[in-house]
Design a protein around this ligand. Structure first.
Ligand SMILES: [Zn+2]
Length: 347
């Protein structure tokens, strides 16, 4: 069974309407909730939420989405009786709130104020611990709201990053199909449909992250990605060789670029290895249209560093079969691919 949120709302005014939503959906009639707020908009959001939710406790969450922040929040949640946890902020804050709510056994409402990656409505939290990121399975949020008033004013680089994460579904789905052909891995058709539909809409839209219409398309794609992961029971529909490369770069060369920026680069390279020239060209023009980095060179990695990351990538998801495991290239072959690929794009 699909554990879907009972409410998904994308539009302006979501934070201000929170109290009504919690009451209408029978999540919390009296507003006895803990509200975890990220650092970016802390005071501003507190000023809006406080009058709407008289009985709420506002908890500030540190920047960076750390495992320790989630454990601290879970401790606080156990000390009082709450109906639910509301996370308001970017991806890092929502990941902290999702994990803490799961540990405390409380329903969680996600209110996204940025669209930098597909963790808004997913059953996965990516949290940092001692310099490394790890993924934790968590409950799906019971409600997902995207507040366009905040998204619109979030840093442009964050909005673009969400584009890269959304379109990486397309190379990830190709990897899933490859795994079915090569080793009989079952494919979930609904999961593929959800992951594909949103990504394709982003790919085909000619809007930019400055337009509200496009931000709605992007928000829908990221929510659908989360539902695709919930349906599959894993990140499979949204994470193939593209994300193995992201995780390898994060591990070997931390803080190179935002998650979605690297996912776009990873997807573009994966499509090249998959030999899907049509997809590679479509991904490339989408990345260029949104002024996203197209190759590793655009984020300051040398060909040798990127080849090192590609060679390391399969170790980041040991059981995931993708084009990387299929080709099983040695370091020299990878470097040759990287040179010719990056030269062709630069030329
Ligand atoms: Zn991602």
């Amino acid at each position: 069974m699909l554990a879907a949120p009972m409410a998904v709302e994308i539009g302006p005014g979501a934070v201000a309407g929170l109290g009504d939503l919690l009451a209408d959906r029978r999540i919390s009639a009296g507003g006895h909730v803990a509200v975890a707020v990220g650092p970016g908009y802390g005071d501003e959001i507190a000023a809006v939420v406080d009058p709407a939710l008289e009985n709420c406790d506002i908890v500030r969450v540190e920047e960076g989405g750390a495992l320790n922040s989630a454990l601290d929040l879970a401790d606080r949640l156990r000390k009082r009786f709450y109906d639910a946890v509301v996370g308001i902020g970017g991806g890092g804050t929502l990941d902290v709130a999702k994990h803490a709510a799961t540990l405390a056994g409380l329903p969680m409402v996600a209110v996204a104020t940025s669209l930098s990656h597909d963790g808004i409505a997913s059953p996965v939290s990516s949290l940092a611990h001692e310099g490394q990121k790890a993924s934790y399975g968590v409950q799906m949020p019971v409600a997902v709201l995207v507040d366009l008033d905040y998204v619109r004013t979030s840093p442009v680089q964050m909005r673009r990053s969400g584009v890269g994460d959304a379109i990486s579904n397309l190379s990830a789905i190709a990897d899933w199909r490859l795994a079915k052909r090569e080793r009989g891995e079952p494919i979930d058709g609904l999961s593929v449909a959800l992951a594909h539909t949103g990504a394709q809409a982003v790919l085909e839209s000619d809007g930019t992250v400055e337009d509200d219409d496009f931000l709605v398309v992007l928000a829908e794609a990221l929510v659908l990605s989360g539902l695709a992961m919930a349906t599959a029971g894993s990140s499979r529909p949204c994470s193939g060789a593209d994300h193995e490369i992201v995780h390898a770069i994060d591990h070997l060369f931390p803080d190179t670029a935002l998650h979605g920026e690297l996912a776009g680069i990873g997807a573009r390279f994966a499509a090249h290895l998959q030999g899907d020239h049509a997809l590679a060209a479509e991904l490339d023009s989408c990345l260029a249209r949104h002024e996203l980095p197209r190759t590793h060179r655009d984020v300051g990695l040398s060909d040798e560093q990127f080849a090192q990351a590609v060679a390391y990538a399969p170790r980041t998801r040991p059981d995931r079969f993708t084009i990387l495991e299929h080709l099983d290239l040695d370091e020299e072959a990878i470097l040759n691919h990287v040179h010719s690929y990056a030269d062709a794009l630069a030329g």
